[in-house]
Write a protein that binds this ligand. Structure first.
Ligand SMILES: Nc1ncnc2c1ncn2[C@@H]1O[C@H](COP(=O)(O)OP(=O)(O)O)[C@@H](O)[C@H]1O
Ligand SMILES: [Mg+2]
Length: 392
């Protein structure tokens, strides 16, 4: 397999953590998997692709039954290294975290059995980013893999992912949390805010307000462990062991999002390792040779038609009638093809425009080609991985 100086795999070779970011639907999950495949085929590394996206599709693309938080080996024909894939399980990660940071078993039991816990651990969307980073840290710390490729969650805003540890830390120190825990902490203070809690209880029900208060009171006991960990995670993500790969497609809006993401990555002094322009059109179809071929096809269509009719056994007069009607059809088809060809050319121009908008050195821009169908098998991932190449 190809490993040249400028390949994306070479560019990422010093990293232990590769974080994939970008707008929704641009191909983050696909690119994460393709990069995993590329690393496992072109190096001897043990690679883990960690996804948060619970898309069933990825499992079937990788040829595994189901993705769980237990890494499963992915069979890649001819690979020099090994590839594993896992999916972050929100609920299991929350449980692990509560156990890890609770001062004692009693606190664990109280938190986990609180009815609020269920909603928090499954529906508290903002926490998903944090959990993803936590799970990453878990795998990193265990040291079983040479490199972990992280497919970032389909969050409302990719930046939340970068700030997840800080946001969690802030949440612990927030006024909101203090307010929520007042009734549990002090009857006296709570009575001072009685009108507020009366309204809250009337709207939410007193049992609910009590559960919330109880929950966050217990939850606060995790603070120290949580915050210490959040700082370690931030330090890891900011270190030179980790790098971001931003994915985009040749369109205005996703590229605007990518540009924003890039500026946020650099503003935080994180490593920006590469930008992947996914769904790129291959250069080759716009070569002079293809232009000439297109011309020739349209010029020689009459000849082709005549030869075909000869083979079918038409007489000269029949042929003339047939050629007259078919050449009309043929020219319509050719005009359509020419239009599509022009359309593709415009698309390629659009791609150039979007790449030129990126506020960085072209040397870290890579293209990943548009496939003629969805990337849905290990073969198609290998193909995609092989075709990732430097833009310049
Ligand atoms: N280069 C490509 N060529 C063809 N289809 C692609 C390509 N990249 C991604 N896709 C398809 O686009 C869809 C969205 O990709 P996905 O990786 O799930 O995006 P994201 O994770 O960013 O939401 C999937 O159906 C995937 O197979
Ligand atoms: Mg995805």
């Amino acid at each position: 397999m190809r490993t040249n100086e400028s390949s994306l795999v070479t560019l990422l070779s010093d990293l232990q953590i590769v974080l994939i970011g970008g707008a929704g639907g641009v191909g983050k999950t696909t690119t994460s998997a393709a990069l995993g495949v590329a690393l496992a085929t072109q190096t001897t590394k043990k690679v883990l692709v960690l996804t948060i996206d619970p898309a069933k599709r990825l499992a079937s693309t990788l040829g595994v039954d189901e993705l769980t938080h237990l890494p499963q080996e992915v069979e890649i024909p001819g690979a020099r290294g090994t590839l594993f894939a896992a999916m972050v399980d929100m609920k299991a990660s929350w449980d692990e975290m509560v156990v890890r940071y609770s001062p004692d078993g009693e606190t664990v039991r109280k938190i986990v059995s609180n009815p609020i816990y269920e909603s928090i651990s499954t529906r508290f969307v903002q926490s998903h980013d944090y959990i993803a980073i936590e799970a990453l840290y878990e795998f990193y710390e265990r040291g079983d893999y040479d490199v972990i490729v992280v497919d970032t969650p389909p969050s409302r805003n990719a930046i939340d992912f970068l700030d997840a540890p800080k946001n969690m830390e802030e949440f612990f120190a927030s006024k909101l949390l203090r307010w929520l825990t007042i009734p549990r902490k002090s009857k006296l203070v709570a009575s001072a805010f009685r009108p507020f809690y009366l309204v809250a209880e009337r709207i939410l029900g007193s049992a609910f307000v009590e559960d919330i208060s109880e929950f966050f009171f217990d939850f606060q006991q995790l603070y120290e462990g949580f915050v210490a960990r959040a700082r370690l995670v931030t330090a890891l993500v900011s270190s030179d062991k980790a790098g971001f790969v931003v994915v985009t497609i040749p369109e205005e809006i996703p590229t605007t999002e990518a540009i924003y993401f890039i500026s946020e990555v650099t503003r935080r002094n994180f490593n920006l390792s590469a930008v992947v322009m996914n769904r790129s059109l291959p250069e080759s179809i716009f070569s002079r040779a293809s232009d000439e071929l297109a011309d020739r096809l349209s010029d020689e269509s009459q000849d082709v038609l005549v030869k075909t009719l000869d083979v079918i056994g038409f007489t000269s007069s029949e042929k003339e009638v047939e050629i007259a009607s078919m050449s009309q059809l043929a020219s319509r088809v050719l005009i359509e093809m020419a239009n599509s060809y022009e359309g593709l050319k415009n698309q390629k121009v659009m791609e150039e425009i979007q790449i030129s908008r990126l506020p960085l050195d072209d040397s870290i821009v890579y293209t990943s080609t548009q496939q003629d169908r969805d990337v849905a098998s290990i073969e198609s991932l290998i193909k995609l991985a092989l075709n990732m190449s430097p833009y310049r």
